[in-house]
Write a protein that binds this ligand. Structure first.
Ligand code: NAD
Ligand code: UFG
Length: 340
């Protein structure tokens, strides 16, 4: 198959691109490099031993999109699009909501419009566990109530609603929505991983820098949550498991899907780890110290989040195979490459 990935040089897109190439598919990558580097392309090619078609540009530029689709379709039909491109930092979205509405929502509208023009109607969309109502009990099931609490989450939920309306009025569209839980880890080669730059907001990238001595002690945001050790619990999923989840979703979408359209799947492990458990696992796995201190709760954080994985297991025949030690080991190896 030939699959086009928007945001394909980003953290999750690059790992998915590797999986697709390793399974023998053709890939076309679009990225404007606003949160990734061109060296990722070289590293994907090094890992897979084959070239990827890459177009630098913005999904909000319909002329550019049309040109890429038409040029690539002349060679071979594009079977599906996986839409990763977007902004993803919760705190930034609170500061600059218009940027988030513009890039995530308007960008998706541009992509959908050009896909419709070019008769490509198979789409996988990157959504997030952040769409769930934090008041719902865990594990979150796909049909649980939604109530995003920040502009980033709102963009994901609005796009989900748009995709529902699109599939309802135009059933020739074939859409899968994947709600990721907390991606972590890196490619086992150590060449590809998450490179947030500056001071990371997310737990694993911060731990990596604190353990390397590049940042001061990790602030553990709150130890008075109603969890076993008082710190926040999340469902961390290895980014390579997540990438394989896309392969499974693609297969189900293009071969044997049911009536539901869009079909929504949680991609998580179904198990949560607390911040202190992650610190301990990181220290043990890599034989390093993670300096930390207990700090106040971070605004907007919740105590628990983890996925119900039943639907993905049953319908995608997919489940995670890597654990928390793999995530700790692989992110540390990536950190040693001095790319971070
Ligand atoms: P990322 O920032 O590493 O990757 C996104 C890529 O899209 C980047 O390479 C960026 O340069 C590109 N991009 C952004 N806007 C663009 C535009 N207008 N045109 C072209 N390219 C553009 O993020 P990621 O972690 O790989 O996330 C991928 C998707 O998954 C995002 O939509 C994100 O919201 C979603 N998601 C991520 C997480 C997470 O914790 N990483 C969790 C849930 C959902
Ligand atoms: N944490 C700390 N210190 C830090 C960073 C994080 O204690 O320096 C804690 C948080 O309080 C939380 C846990 O580590 O308990 C995980 O925090 P992250 O920031 O890594 O992840 P979140 O669960 O807050 O958010 C992530 C993504 C969002 C996405 C959400 C749900 O960043 O984009 O998962 O999928 F919406």
């Amino acid at each position: 198959m030939k699959i086009l990935l928007t945001g394909g040089l980003g953290y999750i897109g690059s790992h998915t691109c590797i999986c697709l190439k390793e399974a023998g598919h053709d890939t076309v990558v679009i990225d404007n490099l606003c949160n990734s580097k061109i060296s990722v392309k070289d590293n994907i090619e090094k890992i897979t031993g084959s070239e990827i078609a890459f177009y630098e540009g913005d999904i909000r530029d319909r002329g550019f999109l049309r040109d890429v689709f038409q040029r690539e379709q002349r060679k071979q039909k594009i079977d599906a699009v996986i839409h990763f491109a977007g902004h993803k930092a919760v705190a930034d979205s609170v500061e600059e909501p218009i940027d988030y509405f513009e890039n995530n929502i308007a960008g998706t509208i541009d992509l959908l419009a050009v896909m419709e023009e070019e008769n490509i109607r198979n789409l996988i969309f990157s959504s997030s566990a952040t769409v769930y109502d934090p008041k719902s009990p865990v594990p979150y099931k796909e049909n649980d109530p939604k109530s995003p609490v920040n502009p980033y989450g709102e963009t994901k939920y609005i796009i989900e609603r748009m995709l529902c309306s699109l599939a309802a009025s135009k059933p020739s569209w074939n859409i899968v929505i994947l709600r990721y839980f907390n991606p972590a880890g890196a490619h086992k080669s150590g060449l590809i991983g998450e490179d947030p730059g500056g001071i990371p907001n997310n737990l694993f990238p911060y731990i990596l820098k604190a353990a390397k001595g590049e940042l001061p002690a990790l602030s553990v945001f709150g130890n008075d949550y109603p969890t076993p050790d008082g710190t926040g619990v999340r469902d961390y999923i290895h980014v390579s498991d997540l990438a394989e989840g896309h392969m499974a979703a693609l297969k189900t979408m293009l071969t044997g899907r049911g009536e539901e359209n869009p079909t929504v799947y949680n991609l998580g492990t179904g198990r949560g780890y607390s911040v202190l458990e992650i610190i301990e696992a990181f220290e043990k796995t890599n034989n390093v110290k993670v300096p930390y201190m207990i700090a106040a709760r971070r605004a907007g954080d919740i105590a628990w989040s983890f996925a119900s994985t039943e639907k993905a297991k049953k319908e995608l025949h997919w489940e995670t195979t890597r654990g928390i030690y793999d995530m700790c080991r692989d992110i540390w190896r990536f950190g040693q490459e001095d790319l971070v």
